[in-house]
Design a protein around this ligand. Structure first.
Ligand code: UGA
Length: 471
């Protein structure tokens, strides 16, 4: 039977909140701290600030029992054996990670240390951060025997974060001392031993008691680099396939066939080879820039990552030009937009390609009616509703009398539209799909002019406005 560990999680954003709920789910006592009093109140009263599958169930299951919320960092950390730092590391003006929140939390932790603690970096941080945290704590008069700093990077995707946590590909534990490794090992024991998956209430997912997630024990620095390098490599895969898509588009080949052929090589793998309008979100853009900056500080030239970023920002512009050439001009056009979040399954609009594309269309005189199952409220903060910008309650309301429909993220429901209904709802049956959710031949058969990314454009009338050399 695994032992229960007392854990404090500092920060109740995507990472902190999911980690707190999942630690409670696997049997630990968790106190989640945030200095935003309103958020703490909301969480205590049963509110959930983010859209995340299984999170409401887990928090309801463990609130007031194994997980509690507070704004009192001192109280939370004093009773804890392990303190996870999960505060934001936003991008600074230079591209490097801004570690001021980490710095402030480390100083505060130092002032309340009353016994041995493992301080664990959960936020994505540059490689030297563990040493820095050590120095901050020591500077506050805490002796080296009273604490260790470890790194336990997260590999959670927004939307599926709970499943990614409980059914991880791997658990990376970066620690310098046996006692830090022991505390971390005990925390993840219910997962690594397979015990959790035997519980009748376990969140379903790919892991089982016979196939639990492997634990990789590394140095703290290696763990920090693993996180940055993983995100940078995933972003590189996406930019790579997007350039291949652009070649396919000019050559008249289908990038999905090409991606399938590449991905069947087990050394490459089929995942993260979906061409589209590029990556967004709170992680890839920030982490690619931060990793490049770290490399620079280490005296290493990582120009490849600069190219990855360049390709990514060009990809959404290219899509925008594609829409414009299909419509001739945006002025006076009514455009339906499906998807505002940076991907399906989330309400997060940070660095969303969809938001950029809508802004550019509005600037060129289009009227936009958008629908996103979860992100409309957040989007309306940067794209306020008005005469030019409207929000609809479903895909068909957005499409009503529109000159074209754009698909900008990959919610499952966007891939399951009633195409007949869509056809008679639109003013012109033009669909420009930035996520390749439909089969071009089927769309042509249904009477649509259908453009996507890295696949030959198809029109049922074969008019001159669409074709492989559109852009
Ligand atoms: C990403 C990583 O996948 C997680 O492992 C990591 O923990 C997380 O960042 C983080 O550092 O916190 P996330 O940003 O939630 O997770 O989203 P992804 O599902 O990875 O998608 C990122 C972007 O890439 C989205 O805009 C998505 O639409 C795009 N994407 C993804 C593609 O364009 N093509 C693909 O094949 C895959």
């Amino acid at each position: 039977m695994s032992q229960s560990v007392s854990i404090a999680v500092v920060g109740s954003g995507y990472v902190g909140l999911v980690a707190a709920a999942c630690f409670a789910e696997i049997g630990h006592r968790v106190v989640c701290v945030d200095n935003d009093e309103a958020k703490v109140r909301m969480l205590r009263e049963g509110g959930i600030p983010i859209h995340e599958e299984y999170l409401p169930e887990l928090l309801n299951r463990h609130r007031e029992n194994r997980v509690e919320f507070t704004s009192d960092l001192r109280k939370a950390t004093q009773g804890a054996q392990a303190i996870f730092i999960a505060v934001g590391t936003p991008q600074s003006e230079t591209g490097s990670a801004d570690l001021s929140y980490v710095d402030a939390v480390a100083s505060e932790i130092a002032r309340s240390i009353d016994g041995y603690k493992v301080i664990v970096e959960k936020s994505t941080v540059p490689v030297y951060t563990n040493e820095w945290i050590c120095r901050v704590i020591e500077r506050n008069g805490v002796s080296r025997e009273m604490f260790d700093v470890a790194s336990n990077p997260e590999f959670l995707r927004e939307g599926t974060a709970v499943t990614d946590f409980l059914h991880a590909d791997r658990i990376v534990l970066g620690a310098e001392t046996p006692r830090a490794a022991e505390v971390l090992g005990a925390i993840y024991e219910p997962l690594s031993s397979g015990e959790y998956y035997r519980s009748a209430n376990a969140v379903p997912g790919p892991r089982t008691s016979d196939d639990p997630p492997p634990v990789l024990l590394t140095s703290t620095k290696a763990a920090e680099i693993i996180k940055h390098a993983s995100n940078a490599l995933l972003a590189t895969k996406i930019s790579f396939i997007n350039v291949v898509a652009n070649i396919c588009e000019s050559a008249g080949a289908d990038v999905q066939e090409v991606a399938k052929g590449i991905g069947m090589d087990t050394r490459i793998g089929p995942k993260f080879l979906r061409a589209g309008i590029g990556y967004g979100g709170s992680c890839f853009p920030k982490d690619v820039a931060a990793f490049r900056h770290v490399a620079e500080q280490m005296g290493v030239e990582f120009g490849l990552l600069g190219e990855v970023e360049k390709i990514n920002s060009e990809q959404r512009r290219r899509f925008f030009r594609k829409v414009r050439s299909a419509l001739w001009t945006f002025r006076g056009k009514k455009i339906a937009v499906l998807g505002l979040a940076f991907k399906g399954g989330t309400d997060d609009i940070r660095e969303s390609p969809a938001v950029d594309i809508v802004q550019w269309m509005l600037k060129e005189g289009a009227t936009v009616t958008a629908y996103d199952p979860a992100a409309a409220a957040r989007a309306s903060e940067v794209l306020p509703a008005g005469p030019q910008m409207k929000y609809a309650d479903d895909a068909y309301a957005a499409a009503q009398d529109a000159d074209a429909l754009l698909i900008l993220n990959d919610w499952q429901e966007f891939a399951e539209l009633d195409l007949k209904r869509l056809h008679y709802t639109l003013r012109y049956p033009i669909v420009v799909d930035g996520r390749n959710l439909y089969d071009p031949a089927k769309m042509a058969e249904m009477g649509f002019t259908y453009l996507s990314v890295g696949r030959p454009g198809i029109s049922h009338t074969r008019d001159a406005a669409v074709g492989p050399r559109l852009v």
